[in-house]
Ligand binder design. Structure first.
Ligand SMILES: Nc1ncnc2c1ncn2[C@@H]1O[C@H](COP(=O)(O)OP(=O)(O)OP(=O)(O)O)[C@@H](O)[C@H]1O
Ligand SMILES: [Mg+2]
Length: 350
C-alpha cells in the first residue's frame, strides 16, 4: 500500500517524516520509503544542515553489495525518472559514474588551484552558510578543444563521489526550438531533485549558429531562458557549462557564473607530464628523447598528445618489440601532424 506524502506546500515535521519512514519500512514499500527519505533530506537542507543532508544522501544512494553502481542505477530509474524530450521521447540527460584520479588532470597550477577551491568550498558549504556565504556552484569552463573541460567535470564527480548528470546542450535544442524551454525546465527540475555534478556540455551552440541570423535570434532566446533558470536554481548541485566559443558569449552570461576557468593549451612542462602519464603502461627504450617529442608537439592539445601516445604504443606493439622506441613516438607525431593538415585543408591539393 502506498503512503501518500503531503504536497510540497504542506511541510511535515521531523517526527511526521520519521513516522513515514517506519510505516513504509513495515509495508516494505521501497518507493514511499525513498520518497520519505528524500523529503527528510530536503527538510535538513531547509534547516541549512547541508553536511547532514549530504551524508544522508550518500547513505540513501549507497549500496552494501559489490554491485554498488548498478544498484544506484536501478534506484535512479525507479524513483527519479530521466526527463525526456516531449516531441521525440529521447532522454535529455544521462547519469554517469566515474572513478578517475585528480592527478590525471594535467594543467597549469593556477587553473588547478581554481578547481581545488571549488571542491573545498563544496565541502565547507555548511560553514559558509553560517556566514551567509555560498560555495561556488555555477562554473563556466572555456578554452580550446581537447584541453580537459569535459574531463574536469568527470574528475570532480569522481572526487566528490557524486554522479555526473551529463546534458548535451545542443541536443536539448535540436530541431524543435519551441520545445527547448520545456526541455530545459525538465532538466533543471531533475537537477533540483538531488545533489549532482551537472555538466551542460557543448554550450557552444551559440557560436555555431552565428552565421544564421534567424536561428541566432532563436538561440539567443534559448540562452536567455537558460540563464534565467540558472539564476533561480535551487539545491546544492554544482553546475558546469563548457564551451570552445567563449568569445561568442553575451556579456550577460559571464556574470551569471561564480567562476570561469580558462583552459590553455599545454605548455612545455605539461606536455612532458602528459607524455610521461600516457606512456606509463609501456616499457621504454633508454634512447627515448622526450624533450624532442615535447618540442615537436607545440600547439597541440592534451587530447592530441594522448592520441599520439596511444598510436606510438600501438606501433611498438604491432612491431612485436619489447619496448617503445623514439621512432614510434616520432612516427605517431608525424602521422598526427599529417592528419591535422588534411583536416585544415593544407595538403596542397588543387
Ligand atoms: N588537462 C588534461 N590532462 C590530462 N588529460 C587530458 C586533459 N585534457 C584532456 N585530456 C584527455 O583528453 C580527453 C578528451 O578531453 P576533453 O573531452 O575533456 O576535452 P574538452 O576540453 O572537453 O574538448 P572539447 O572542447 O572538444 O569538448 C580526456 O578524456 C583525457 O583523456
Ligand atoms: Mg568537451
Amino acid at each position: 500500500m502506498g503512503i501518500k506524502l503531503p504536497s510540497r506546500g504542506m511541510l511535515m515535521t521531523t517526527s511526521d517524516l520519521i513516522k513515514q519512514l517506519f510505516l513504509s519500512f513495515n509495508d516494505k514499500d521501497s518507493e514511499s520509503f525513498f520518497q520519505a527519505a528524500r523529503e527528510y533530506i530536503e527538510h535538513e537542507k531547509r534547516k541549512k544542515h547541508i553536511m547532514v543532508a549530504k551524508e544522508l544522501e550518500k547513505a540513501l544512494y549507497a549500496s552494501n553489495g559489490s554491485n554498488a553502481s548498478s544498484e544506484k542505477g536501478k534506484r535512479f530509474k525507479n524513483n527519479t525518472p530521466i526527463p525526456r524530450d516531449t516531441e521525440k521521447g529521447f532522454p535529455l540527460l544521462e547519469i554517469q559514474h566515474f572513478d578517475i584520479n585528480f592527478d590525471n588532470l594535467l594543467m597549469s597550477q593556477a587553473e588547478k588551484q581554481q578547481l581545488v577551491q571549488i571542491i573545498k568550498e563544496f565541502k565547507d558549504s555548511d560553514i559558509f552558510a553560517t556566514y551567509n556565504l555560498q560555495n561556488k556552484r555555477k562554473i563556466l569552463l572555456c578554452g580550446k578543444p581537447g584541453t580537459g573541460k569535459t574531463f574536469t567535470a568527470q574528475i570532480i564527480s569522481s572526487l566528490l563521489q557524486i554522479p555526473l548528470v551529463y546534458i548535451r546542450f545542443d541536443s536539448i535544442i535540436s530541431s524543435y526550438l519551441g520545445e527547448t524551454a520545456s526541455n530545459l525546465r525538465k532538466v533543471f527540475d531533475f537537477i533540483e531533485s538531488g545533489t549532482w555534478i551537472a555538466l551542460f556540455d557543448e554550450f557552444d551552440i551559440i557560436g555555431k549558429n552565428r552565421d544564421d541570423n534567424h536561428e541566432h535570434g532563436e538561440i539567443k532566446r534559448v540562452v536567455n531562458n537558460f540563464l534565467q533558470m540558472l539564476d533561480n536554481i535551487k539545491g546544492d548541485s554544482i553546475l558546469f557549462a563548457a564551451t570552445n566559443h567563449q568569445y561568442m558569449l553575451d556579456p550577460a552570461i559571464w556574470r551569471r557564473f561564480d567562476d570561469i576557468i580558462y583552459y590553455e593549451l599545454p605548455d612545455e612542462n605539461v606536455r612532458k607530464e602528459l607524455f610521461e602519464l600516457y606512456l606509463k603502461p609501456i616499457k621504454k627504450d633508454s634512447g627515448i628523447d622526450l624533450p624532442k617529442a615535447v618540442n615537436m608537439t607545440k600547439s597541440l592539445s592534451h587530447a592530441d598528445i594522448k592520441m599520439i601516445t596511444e598510436e606510438a604504443m600501438k606501433l611498438s606493439i604491432l612491431d612485436s618489440r619489447r619496448c617503445l622506441e623514439q621512432c614510434d613516438i616520432e612516427n605517431a607525431i608525424n602521422k598526427f601532424i599529417r592528419r591535422e593538415k588534411v583536416k585544415n585543408n593544407q595538403m596542397g591539393d588543387n
